[in-house]
Design a protein. Sequence first.
Length: 579
Amino acid sequence: MVLYHFQYPSLKPVRSIKVQPEEIDLLYFSLPKLHKHQNLLPKSSSLFSAATPLVPISGSYPIKSNENIQVFSVNSSTYSNVHWRNSVSPKPTTYPIKCKSKRVTCSSITFSQNDTKSQQTINQYSPATLEVLAQILKHGPLPDIVTYTTFIKLLGDSGHVSEAFELFALMKETHEPDVISFTVLIQLLCDSKMVEEALDLLHEMSKYNCRPDAFCYNTLIDKLGEAGLQEQVQKLWSKMQSDGIDPDVVTYSTLVKSHCVTKKMEEAISILRSMEKGRIKPNTYVYNTIIKAYLDHGQIREALGVMGRMMTQGCNLDLCSFNLFIKYYSDLGEGTVAYLFLKRMTGEGVEADATIYCICINGLIKQGKVAEVIELIERIKQSCVTISICTWNKLIMWLGEMGRMDEAYKLFLGLENPNEITMNSIIYMLYKHGRGDKGWEVFNMMKEKNIEASVVTYNILIHWLGRDHRISEAFKLVNQMESEQQLSPDVITYNCLLSGLCNTGQVDEACRLVLEMSKKGYQPDLISYNTLVNGMISVGRMDDASRLFEQMRGTLSAHSVPLDRLVLDMLREETSGYH
């Protein structure tokens, strides 16, 4: 963990400290101090072992290392509720107690330069606060406000905002917080949506002669605006002006954002105009905020008007600006307009990222623009942008469905890392377009690319083998799937076989397959029934088809029909009819 000095805006790391609770050293304490504050200790503390006296029997301050001293024993509850990132709570350990300063007292774990200040007992603080406190003590005889602020931010960034607030309260016992420490905690509270607590902290700053700066106000205005608390925003804005704090571009940005959240677009435009005429000019973020608000409300003309003002003021559109319009038109189904914005963006030297490419592809697919999609694919290949395999899979399927199988297969061959979904998609589309031989080539290619075929892969092949009346090959493939790949067929597998048998008039074999299916624990579904009924009709067994249909009619689900019994009866009747 790298710690930063909060008094310097550059925030350059000054040192690195590894926060490891198992290495924490607690403090030796002097006998007079212990006697003086012993009454502040809880009667039965769960944090410290009572096996040994809390006060050393002998010794004077400072206690020397060769003296016979007693130690505090930290038990398991000390760290039971602490969950640090990438760390494991230490086992209960006994730590020696050191002290380098007379200003430290044992009983309250409080740093007091003035003994008249109230001492707080240790059980008032959470385990996480105590752990960080012990780390602070370890790295110096008396922590300064920078150290405290650093660990307050550490607690907040680790998700322990309440503990950060505790440590801030503890710091106030010996140090007057400054603007930076207040601002750090205010920002943590705002990020945790504890806006009311952050406002209370802002009002408390005056007690310590701290004057909030623009950053502090901006943080609060931003979070209040996000919550839609426009009245609070205006009060804070008025207070900022009365305090003589000069607003910056961030301040105006947060004000514009708050008006956009509450759909007060006239007020947002009013601030924009005043900025354009004033000393502080609006930046790209301000324009994008207003553009997004208009687009969210479907006011495309107003959004385009703001874009025009933006260019008139000499503020160039950035990636976010173009993304807003590309997404709007793509979602609207006007992919060609979105593609025009993409071309304009790259023409102005703004590089597109994977997200924008995918959004534009979706828009063109919605509009069915095959030529533009193929052109965009070439643009992506020529760029240095890597898009996900999911997008490529979607394009392969879509091109196949649009009858552009050559382009789909070419796109597939150009992929460096296809996955199983890619292979399944291209196999299915090749078979659909009458290129089964190519489909088998792709299937064999899976072994070369170390891509394991799944039941889905085999089901696709079995389905098309059945459609081609190659039933014996389909059954061989099922056996291969079970023996070589240790894959069990599912209901879809059996339905594909049923369809193939019925299409070739082998209805009796289809009935036997249903029995085998039931014996293996696979319940026939509605497709199984429909396939068998159609198969019986195709061979002229209308009575059997009618009986099966009557069994199905009126039931809530196909699973409630005892198909295996019905099929068995049909097979028996068929056999008895031969005699």
